[in-house]
Design a protein around this ligand. Structure first.
Ligand code: NAP
Length: 306
């Protein structure tokens, strides 16, 4: 079995950045990616806050460039899903749904997955009106009315993106104040196609074959409200993809991996970077910074400096 110097699990911004830094340190570097490189950033229509792009850049384009940059530095990519880890005297063996992969050091950059609403109809209409990605599915809703659930940056961006296609976009939020950054709040408030529905939560998603109606409950004890809509875009936060590793490294109560400022986990030679890590800010810019730190620290670990 080939032994890698550095295996990075996850090919989003954190993983690709770690790959670039790892390869440039001349470490034999492999990225293990479940689906396709790019992570959630690749499903973002336009990224307006990544420095260096004055007019913003399309998420898929930025991530394609990052992937090309990593591969041009010599990073290899293997498509497999990480399932677990085994310690050996010389390092670690990553267990996947395919082969076992041996490495001296590891960086976990598996990101997060969108949380489901957990209401009747959500599972039934998934892919038939219920979506977690406006950028991916938005174009199917040309001229239709849609509901976007959540009050964070993802919900705000999803709602704004949907105004390109939808006739009307309802934003359903459980409080009377958005969590999204002020600039996005201003865009939402001033858009003629967007209507904000405050203090509401989704109770049920109804329809025959496709979504036809969304039943909302009032969090202040008011009456239920039924909205006729063909689409429901769910943006109520995310959970870390750490199930597969959390028996090996310290995680917080929500499953985010705890690291120090050098991205070191509780396991020597295992680092974590990006959204899967407990961190105060989850952005592309912080993920790529985490990845760089993790790779430099992994190099120091392998050189016996740590
Ligand atoms: P988030 O910031 O955690 O927001 C989740 C939203 O969903 C909150 O408004 C929350 O309400 C609501 N919510 C949570 N559970 C709910 C439930 N069970 N029912 C109804 N509503 C519920 O998540 P996010 O928007 O996906 O963003 C994730 C991270 O990525 C954040 O750090 C965000 O800043 C970052 N991000 C940044 C950008 C950007 O900078 N442009 C874009 C996208 C994402 P409360 O407000 O009441 O808690």
């Amino acid at each position: 079995m080939k032994e890698w110097d550095l295996v990075i699990v996850g090919g989003g911004p954190a993983g690709l950045s770690a790959g670039i830094y790892g390869a440039r340190a001349r470490l034999q570097t492999l990225i293990v990616e479940k689906l396709a490189c790019g992570g959630q950033a690749a499903t973002t229509h336009r990224i307006g806050n990544y420095p260096g792009f004055a007019r913003g850049i399309k998420g898929p384009e930025l991530m394609e460039q990052m992937e090309k940059q990593a591969q041009s530095q010599g990073v290899e990519v293997l498509y497999a899903e990480a399932k677990g880890l085994r310690s050996e005297s010389s390092g670690y063996v990553l267990l996947t749904d395919g082969e076992e992969i041996k490495s001296k050091a590891l960086i976990i950059a598996t990101g997060t997955t969108p949380n489901p609403l957990g209401v009747p109809g959500e599972g039934e209409f998934r892919g038939r009106g219920v979506s977690y990605c406006a950028t991916c599915d938005g174009a199917f809703f040309q001229g239709k009315d849609v509901v976007v659930v959540g009050g964070g940056n993802s919900a705000a961006e999803g709602a704004l993106f949907m105004t390109r296609f939808a006739r009307k976009v309802y934003v359903v939020h459980r409080r009377d104040q958005l969590r999204a950054t002020k600039i996005l709040q201003e865009f939402l408030a001033s858009h003629s196609k967007i209507e904000l529905l405050w203090n509401k939560v989704v109770k049920e998603i109804q329809g025959e074959t496709f979504v036809e109606r969304v039943l909302l409950a009032d969090t202040k004890g008011g009456e239920d409200l039924a909205i006729d809509a063909s689409g429901v875009f769910v943006y109520i936060g995310n959970s870390p993809n750490s199930e597969w590793i959390k028996s090996h490294v310290e995680v917080d109560e929500r499953g985010y991996i705890i690291t120090d400022e050098r991205m070191r986990t509780s396991l020597p030679g295992v680092f974590a970077a990006g959204d899967v890590r407990r961190t105060p800010l989850r952005q592309v810019v912080t993920a790529v910074a985490d990845g760089a730190v993790a790779a430099v620290e992994a190099d120091a670990y392998l050189g016996g400096i740590l």
